[in-house]
Write a protein that binds this ligand. Structure first.
Ligand code: UDP
Length: 215
């Protein structure tokens, strides 16, 4: 399958729509760098190879119909749902599962519901949550070395033909909340969601830091 990285940006279940200039190629480069880091850490991914600045060849998988969110710091829907201020550091990472179902606004599901809805087997739910926490550890370390706090992120997993679970998603400022450690400035899609301005610049800054060699 060829993934095409577009400049289109959507938010709030597609109610908000726009474009972020140059986002596609930036997100492709950010994702490829980060997914290589995952492979190095022993987390299998769908990546095969880069075909062009907007096209990434990936293995064809059957996508598990779950959006797997890991949170380190309170933000977004978690802050809203429980009435907690954004920015509180959680005592330990939290994994949340959302059913990929736009018609119902991607509802939160617990492990039992995920199984009973036929989204994943009991073993898969356990494996997916463990993988998501490992992704979080690698990602947190990677961004931490680059002066960025990983607030939360979303990933999806897919079943390869042999049934093995692969990390099958982009990992970019579209799918992660990233705060500059020093200034706490948002370097992610919240700049678009909340009309904060400087959207392209934030993505460029993440790309720069992601590709910068670390001493
Ligand atoms: N997220 C995503 N796609 C979605 C929903 C969420 O990539 O369809 C990411 C989002 O960017 C954030 C994390 O998952 O890093 C947690 O999002 P949250 O549940 O707070 O919802 P949001 O505020 O993004 O609607």
């Amino acid at each position: 399958v060829v993934l095409l990285f577009k400049d289109d940006a959507t938010a709030f279940n597609r109610q908000k729509f726009g474009t972020i200039d140059g986002k596609g190629p930036m997100n492709l480069r950010i994702s490829v760098r980060i997914l290589a880091e995952m492979e190095r850490a022993g987390i299998p991914t769908h990546v095969v190879r880069v075909l062009s600045e907007r096209e990434l060849l990936v293995r064809k998988v059957q996508i598990v119909q779950l959006e797997v969110v890991v949170r380190n710091i309170v933000a977004g829907t978690f802050a809203k749902r429980y009435g907690i201020d954004e920015g509180r550091v959680l005592e330990r990472p939290l994994v949340e599962l959302f059913w990929k179902d736009d018609a119902h606004g991607d509802p939160l599901v617990n492990d039992d519901a995920a199984q009973l809805l036929g989204l994943a087997t009991a073993d898969e739910v356990v494996a997916i949550k463990a993988l998501a926490l490992r992704v979080n550890e690698v990602l947190r370390g990677f961004f931490g070395e680059r002066g960025i706090d990983l607030v939360d992120f979303k990933v999806e997993f897919g079943r390869a033909s042999d049934g093995r679970l692969l990390l099958a998603d982009e990992i970019s400022p579209d799918s992660c909340r990233l705060w500059d450690r020093g200034t706490k400035q948002k370097l992610d899609k919240d700049r678009f969601r909340r009309d904060l301005g400087g959207v392209e610049e934030a993505y460029q800054e993440v790309l720069r830091r992601v590709e910068e060699p670390i001493a």
